[in-house]
Design a protein around this ligand. Sequence first.
Ligand SMILES: NC(=O)c1ccc[n+]([C@@H]2O[C@H](COP(=O)([O-])OP(=O)(O)OC[C@H]3O[C@@H](n4cnc5c(N)ncnc54)[C@H](O)[C@@H]3O)[C@@H](O)[C@H]2O)c1
Ligand SMILES: N[C@@H](CCO)C(=O)O
Ligand code: NA
Length: 818
Amino acid sequence: MKVLKFGGTSVGSVDSIKTVIRILEENLEKGERFAVVFSAMGGVTNRLIEIGKMASAGNADYVEFLKGVEERHFAVVRGLIPVKNQSSTFAAVRGLFNELEDILKGVSWIKELSERTLDLIMSFGERLSTMVITEILKSKGLNAEFCDARQIIHTNATYGMGDVNFDITNQQILEYFAKTSALQCVTGFIASTAEGVTTTLGRGGSDYTASIVAAALDARSIEIWTDVDGMMTADPRKVANAFTIPSISYAEAMELSHFGAKVIYPPSLQPAFARNITLKVLNTFNVDFEGTYVQKSANGKEYAITGISSIDEIALVNIQGSGMIGVAGISGRLFTSLSNNAISVILISQASSEHSICFSIDPKNAQRASEVLEKEFAAEINLGHIDSIVIEKNLSIIAIVGEGMKKSTGVSGKLFSVLGKNGINVVATAQGSSELNISVVIAKSDLSKALNSIHGVFFQSETRSLNLFIVGVGLIGGTLIEQIRNQTKYLREERLLNLNIAGLSNTKKMLLDPDGIKPENWLARVMDEGVKTSLPAFVQRMIELNLPNSVFVDCTSDKDIVQYYHMLLDASISVVTPNKVANSGSYSEYLSLQRTALQRGVKFLYETNVGAGLPIINTIQGLMSSGDKFLKIEAILSGTLSFIFNNFNSENRFVDIVKEAKAKGFTEPDPRDDLSGADVGRKILILAREVGVPLEPEEIKIAQILPGNCLNAPTVDAFFRELEISNPYFAESQSNAEANGMKLRYIATLENGKASIELKSVDSQHPFYTLSGSDNIVSFTTERYKDRPLVIKGPGAGAEVTASGVFADIMSISSYLG
Ligand SMILES: NC(=O)c1ccc[n+]([C@@H]2O[C@H](COP(=O)([O-])OP(=O)(O)OC[C@H]3O[C@@H](n4cnc5c(N)ncnc54)[C@H](O)[C@@H]3O)[C@@H](O)[C@H]2O)c1
Ligand SMILES: N[C@@H](CCO)C(=O)O
Ligand code: NA
């Protein structure tokens, strides 16, 4: 024996009822006996309540509304019963509406709508839907019978939520089903008193009917047919990656539904749970889908938690005071006074200091709660034993739920850590000793971000997303997007990571799209759909979007961008950049960015500031963290200058080599930043700061290699013309060095707290002699690397190596976020 139940949307239209009939036919073919419970057609119950209220208010428009309800049932008859059999069903529907019209006429005369009358009015919804569907089945020659639940389910006279008398009800159901072998089509939601007065079963009513019938008949299972794919790991409207939970325990279902999962209302399934009847939640609109099994204990769990639920809007009440410490009875009085005023408490938290108690309630009760408590504790407040009562609003609750928590450690650690890493402040928290649920109270504005990031870490086997916001799509930015494009498949399949480009900006247009901009067609989309570029607007929009795992990637050489880094880090958004501007301004600026990132628990990564993709900054940070001391740094830090001096010889001209370096993507947007030593100056400054030497930009001693005419040219083009003129000057230095078997090297040095940069001639014994291409080389002499310095060498400029360094920083954030 089993019991099927179809909800309002399942019986809401001709099309959906067709599917219902097919499901019933298939079940009949299988031969196992079953009963079926129907809700009213979707929306009808609410409509009937509205109609009842209109009638009692003397608003005659209810007549029209009623016609609409009648027409919906007629349409089903017309659509699903053959013409020759229609008239009797039409008559039966009309008959019920006649009865209902009389009742409503009475209501409109006496202008009063009692709970008792409202139950009667509502009962027509289930009676109509069930009767019509029974007639459809009969017209197909099936052995079906209409079963008015008022004959079998008896309650007391609490209208709106009748209390079932199980002794009588169980007996009546057994007797009723023993008398017939026909398929019983049972009206959901409704019942009657022993005297035959119509009642209803309250919230989750039709599920309750199915559960009562199944329990009485000791059924094997109940199938709840609804309009979603079973119970999901989280609300799919808020978490796009939510998926169906295949198997869940009664207790878990209970916890999840308490926090707003509307699919089933477990309290109404209690009678079935008490008899260990398995429940299946299935989708009428996706018949072949497995759905969710709800059982006494859930089958093999893949994840540490089963699901996440939330309440969008709560208010938090905090009552505190030194007079509460060690005083018995405060919480008793507190909760009794709330209960006496019908204020339901959703979550309670009290720290062991007993200095304060905080609890959350529905915000619409907040004002009343405050009045009730101020009255209850008036004496204590007067004496100063209790401070006044504080209510915070615009908060939400998230609960992670699962029996698996009992066995595994680290669940709460994971929860709080993901919240922390995403900059989400936890206002209050509660965990019961059943270890079935951990709840946190957070700002409402963080709800979606929190749900998505929590879902991401707990349901690991699903792909996680990192949301990238990239500004500056020149050489490095463009190459980065290309690299992301080529890695998308690998990262998705091997790392379960989705790099979602949620925002892009070049100098003309910007586009933010949380659903992602594909690297394949980013330019067309940004140019078509984007708006005029504005860095402040870009940053503001990013912060408003408040997406989890957001990373800002600055691939510009913009000089004014630092202020935005502050705003972003403050909003708990990580920053990755090859742009040296922020780290090479004032030392206080540098320090404050480091501190903000640390405070907010986010990352500020800039490995490519020095030596492009070479692991220079990471190496320093590793040595510093582990306690090494830097004695000396000697380095060639310009890819451009390295390339120039590796290739400049008596056979070619300086200006041509510079042009080649620019064409190869080694130079800064203005090559004078390289040739003037400014770029190297910034880099040695950054290295100095990384090793703990707090230098200011003007303290770096830079020996100029460019003559004044080149340095002062008004434009890049003019600079190249001046460089032509100065060719003999460069040729001379070069030939002097060559004549002595030496090579020219532009070397940065940090020693004894002082930094300088000079063009030096080095002989073949010098470790910097043998370089080629755009090689950078850095030599660290430290306390641990004293006799033989630690040397890092390799290409230190260029699109691919720089973009891949930026990419590596992005990946390290993804590992940090877990
Ligand atoms: N080229 C290299 O080898 C290398 C190596 C390490 C670091 N870097 C650094 O990487 C950064 C980018 O270098 P690049 O070679 O790609 O330069 P680029 O000139 O090719 O690209 C920078 C892009 O940013 C755009 N831009 C500037 N300000 C902007 C703003 N406010 N909003 C939107 N777009 C803006 C520019 O129009 C340009 O398209 C620079 O900071 C550079 O110092 C470059
Ligand atoms: N222009 C820079 C790029 C790397 O920062 C260089 O030549 O080294
Ligand atoms: Na680097």
